[in-house]
Ligand binder design. Structure first.
Ligand code: AMP
Length: 411
């Protein structure tokens, strides 16, 4: 019998999930978007499926996994209790410190005066984060104390991120290349997917404000088996144990955002779902059955090991004019067919809508994820940019340096 999988979400990550799950199952995506086959308006709670895979953090934090489990469904994604890891950075830091996981030093504030006093004790790199969700944009990393002071004031007053900024986390700034490790957890045990690196800043050379992510690549040459083993042993496994000790049965992705510092890998954040755009480079490289793995995790009993091909994957995000501040929407997307004909290329649809004639138009900041696989990173990269060159809408922009200098070693 064919397995029916319901994917929740509407972006490029869900498009990639739908496609890779679709190798082994019949997939519906809610709400999806007009660029994703199998999209439906019906809510997940009204869809009859054998497995539910929840993409974005907001429904997880709001308890969608709990509601579906209450209906007796098999769900891949943590309940609201576990999703708090992403819903509250202050709580996440508490769990990390308890579990003994290497992470940046931090302090949490909801009053301005002590927060500003704390900044005065720091030097070098200031990192200011909203406690609550801010669509990946609530983090400021700066060497300027005046800018850090201003951000703390804007966050706490509610001017910058509303209630999400009412508590701020101020962190010691770490330096080093970043690494994303997506671990699939069944409550007791975790297995790592292939490592990836993403690009958070909007501009080439890591200039400009943070975004949800402008591109990614996998594998990361520096992330060999020894490093991945260290990440699982020192970060993911103790975190899962710390969650269990709090009575949390965590079944879903635990995504560790790490910085590879001179003192070893340190966790800078946990997310409670597949990364976007890391998913778009990790999943296309999967050789084993993703449906089986996620169903076993959802049932609390992972028995298979994920297997990946040696081929590399690169994804380049094509963004709308004005992203991340004020993306312009409603522009006709041209060249999609030609882009998709480039060897090794898949274009995942993220922020798209259909115009009255059924043509795809831009409808969000990150519009398309142009993903290419190839025998090595250089080839995958060349193919992805060849496909990007086929695409056009007014004000479309991409970073031109995705995967141009993959992290080979940690210095
Ligand atoms: P987060 O949403 O916590 O992952 O932060 C977004 C981005 O800000 C990260 O991908 C890093 O590039 C940067 N960042 C976060 N925390 C730190 C830190 N403690 N030191 C340096 N950079 C950081």
């Amino acid at each position: 019998m064919t397995t029916r999988v319901c994917v929740v979400g509407s972006g490029g990550r869900e498009h990639a999930l739908a496609q890779v799950l679709g190798r082994h199952a019949q997939v519906v995506v809610t709400p999806g978007n007009p660029g994703i086959e199998g999209s439906t308006d019906r809510p997940a709670t009204e869809i009859d499926a054998d497995l539910y895979v929840i993409g974005p953090e907001v429904p997880l934090v709001e308890g969608l996994a709990d509601r579906l489990r209450d209906q007796g469904r098999l769900v891949f994604g943590p309940g609201a209790d576990g999703a708090r890891l992403e819903g509250s950075k202050a709580w996440m830091k508490e769990v990390l410190v308890d579990a003994g996981v290497p992470t940046a030093g931090h302090a949490t504030f909801d009053q301005l005066a002590p927060a500003l006093d704390h900044l005065d004790t720091m030097d070098g790199l200031y990192v200011i984060k909203t406690d609550g969700l801010a669509g990946g944009k609530g983090v400021l990393v700066t060497e300027s104390r005046p800018e850090a002071r201003q951000a703390v004031a804007d966050y706490l007053s509610g001017a910058a991120f509303g209630a999400s900024g009412a508590t701020v986390v101020i962190e010691e700034g770490l330096r080093g290349p970043e690494l994303s490790v997506l671990a699939v957890c069944d409550g007791q045990r975790a297995v790592a997917l292939a490592p990836a690196q993403d690009f958070k800043r909007v501009g080439d050379g890591d200039e400009g404000p943070n975004t949800g992510g402008m591109g990614a690549y996998s594998p990361v040459p520096a992330a060999d088996a020894a490093l991945m083993g260290e990440v699982m042993e020192r970060a993911v496994t103790p975190t899962l144990a710390a969650l269990r000790a709090r009575g949390i049965d965590y079944r879903g992705v635990l995504y560790a955002g790490l910085m590879l510092t001179a003192d070893g890998p340190k966790v800078i954040e946990y997310n409670v779902r597949f990364g976007d755009p890391e998913t778009q480079v990790v999943l296309p490289r999967m050789a084993s059955d993703l449906v089986e793995l996620l169903a076993q995790a959802a049932a609390g009993d992972i028995r298979v090991e994920p297997v990946f091909v040696d081929d590399a994957a690169v994804t380049v995000v094509a963004a709308a004019e004005g992203y991340p501040r004020q993306p312009r929407t409603g522009d006709l997307i041209e060249g999609l067919g030609a882009a998709r004909r480039v060897e090794g290329v898949t274009v995942f649809c993220a922020g798209v809508a259909a115009d009255p004639d059924g043509r795809l138009v831009t409808a969000g900041g990150r519009v398309l994820d142009v993903t290419a696989v190839g025998p090595d990173l250089a080839t995958a990269r060349q193919r992805a940019y060849q496909a990007v060159a086929c695409l056009h809408w007014p004000g479309m922009h991409v970073r031109t340096d995705i995967a141009s200098n993959p992290t080979k070693e940690i210095t």
